[in-house]
Design a protein around this ligand. Structure first.
Ligand code: UDP
Length: 341
């Protein structure tokens, strides 16, 4: 573990995966400063009183420099990014600016400050249409949208900075993040919400009239897309381990974070019906552009390097807390930010 006294900068720590990771790191007694511009983040997702939230942009070098001067960070975990694949197709520059160019400004400050440990939110979208299943890290990385490319470029930049000035990095390629905190205090709140599991639940609560299934003619057993759903608290655990690996002098690496279990859209709907005891109103529609048939991780490398394995492998273990969050007092939504974005 990074020594409790070594502060860690967490960018995007008020977002979905970021905030659940911050909660785990805080529980482990680590000193955390969150930098989040609250464009998509929620200040109410920072629930630990010892965690400092700074509202600002990763690309604001004056601000980031002042934070490094004040806290002397030993490591950075970088979550801050845009993640709407469809929008990345219509507005690629927004994604390359925010997801690729802004981190470069952060790396410049890290280099100046001598901070050489970086944990990066990468994605299975860097693989594009997989050339083999399950996906190992040696699969070809050939992203099919600007979002995936904006993340892959950062992986390349990190590798080059490793050679040039000794930056050590972990690129964590997430599969489908899902679920929410086991204590019910935090969960998934994207606006707009495009992800399957929360949308199926929104169809159950009546927030949307029906769940549209995007395509029933995929080359899968039931014709709907197969994904690897990974519990957000398992993702958090992998970040903590990646930090410790690098802090202990471990080498840079890239690895998949998934369960290794593939679940179809129809199977998700059935699992939500089982957990909620309610029927999901469904309409079968056309394919959504850019969806590969199946994306399933081979998580062996993460186990080898980090000793990490998903604790939750049954998708109902993600659906249960997600349903508690959506049907509970929060109704799946954080209160409005109390600080301006
Ligand atoms: N999906 C769907 N209806 C929805 C949202 C998603 O059928 O309202 C499908 C989508 O086409 C994909 C799977 O559910 O096959 C997971 O989509 P999601 O957007 O949650 O994650 P992605 O795999 O795109 O990162």
């Amino acid at each position: 573990m990074t020594t409790p006294g070594t502060p860690i900068l967490v960018t995007g720590g008020a977002g979905y995966i970021g905030s659940h990771t911050v909660r785990l790191l805080a529980r482990q007694g680590r000193q955390i400063v969150v930098l989040d511009n609250l464009v998509f983040g929620h200040d109410q997702a920072i629930v630990d009183p010892g965690v400092e939230l700074v509202v600002g942009d990763v690309g604001d070098q004056a601000l980031v420099r002042s934070l490094f001067a004040k806290h002397r960070f030993g490591a950075v975990i970088h979550f801050a990014a845009y993640a709407y694949v469809g929008e990345s197709v219509t507005n690629p520059l927004k994604y390359f600016q925010n997801n690729t160019a802004e981190p470069i400004k952060l790396f410049q400050v890290m280099q100046e400050s001598g901070c050489k440990v970086f944990v990066f939110s990468s994605t299975c979208a860097t693989y594009g249409v997989p050339d083999a299943l399950p996906i190992t890290e040696s699969n070809t990385q050939h992203p099919i949208n600007p979002y995936g490319r904006s993340k892959l470029m950062v992986e390349w930049i990190l590798a080059d900075c490793g050679v040039a000035w000794g930056l050590r990095s972990a690129c964590l390629r997430y599969f489908n993040a899902s679920g929410s905190a086991s204590d019910g205090k935090t969960g998934e709140d994207h606006r707009p919400e495009t992800h399957l599991i929360p949308r199926v639940m929104m169809a159950v609560t009546g927030e949307i009239a029906t769940l549209e299934v995007f395509g029933t003619d995929y080359a899968t057993p039931d014709g709907t897309c197969i994904r690897d759903y990974i519990h957000v608290e398992d993702l958090a655990d992998a970040h903590a381990r990646a930090l410790d690996h690098l802090a202990a002098g471990g080498e840079s690496f890239c690895c998949n974070l998934g369960t290794g279990v593939g679940v179809s859209v129809k199977e998700i709907i059935a699992a939500v019906e089982e957990v909620t005891g309610k029927k999901v109103p469904v309409k079968y529609g056309a394919r959504r552009a850019g969806d590969p048939d199946s994306l399933v991780a081979d998580p062996t490398l993460a186990k080898r390097i980090l000793g990490w394995e998903a604790a939750h492998k049954d998708v109902r273990d993600m659906i249960r807390p997600a349903w508690a969050w959506i049907s509970g007092p929060h109704a799946g939504r954080f209160p409005a930010n109390s600080r301006p974005a």
